[in-house]
Design a protein around this ligand. Sequence first.
Ligand code: ATP
Ligand code: MG
Length: 270
Amino acid sequence: MAKILAVTNQKGGVGKTTTAVNLSACLATLGQRVLMIDLDPQGNATTGCGVFKREALPTVYQILIGRSSLADARIATEFGFDILPANRELAGAEVELIEVGSREYRLRDALASAAGDYDFILMDCPPALNMLTVNGLAAAQAVMIPMQCEYYALEGLTDLVATLKKVRANLNPMLEIEGLLRTMFDPRSTLTQQVSSELEGHFGDKVYRTIIPRNVRLAEAPSYGKPVIAFDRNSRGAQAYLSLAQEMLDRRDGVVRAHAGETADQGVDA
Ligand code: ATP
Ligand code: MG
């Protein structure tokens, strides 16, 4: 059965989409069957996988409003994983869902039939706690939280933890924190180092040992419609996401090993 993860953080621009796309591609490279769901009307994860938004119909929108099935809407990308695309239309789902029953569980119910087809289902959530994110959190077994190690990140995290508590109380009692991922890491910054160790102090093993460095190839890849591993496999960004994928598999399988990503001479490149 698939492990269903929501990549979420209500703070914008922390690397949610970059993580959803690149982790999907890296898990697929490591032989996993992966479905990525774009839950953001911006559709960045969709275009980042080389799927054109206009052509990508039906989308997750039709699934949420009950007009399409997962089997009809998913698309096989050229990178070894499937995607359930999104486009601007998805913004309308917010309003339309108000009129349908059990609106928080639309996605969960739609995924039930596909859970056996995949090892991982990753959802790219929008930077807001709206009905789309709520559908993601209701469908997920756990959340993956990308964050930048800056001062306000910790404040944002407090809000997120409070949100998760509410979701557990009202919608999805089993929802766990899968892990916190340090993204766009710049080891030259003292504040970054401080926030990073505070994070480890608070969340311990929940913090992935793999750290994603700031890497320009990660920012460039989406404009070519490719995950970074298909764009520049040797880049530090590609290697970091591969290492994260391996860490997730090791955790799942109970393997203990030293991680390259842990020590990855955490320099930056411009
Ligand atoms: P939103 O909240 O708007 O959905 P997000 O959390 O999905 O944003 P991304 O879109 O993944 O964040 O990243 C924000 C910007 O930072 C993008 O331009 C992306 O290319 C860039 N970026 C993400 N991760 C890295 C990284 N490790 N190194 C360099 N640039 C990065
Ligand atoms: Mg995004």
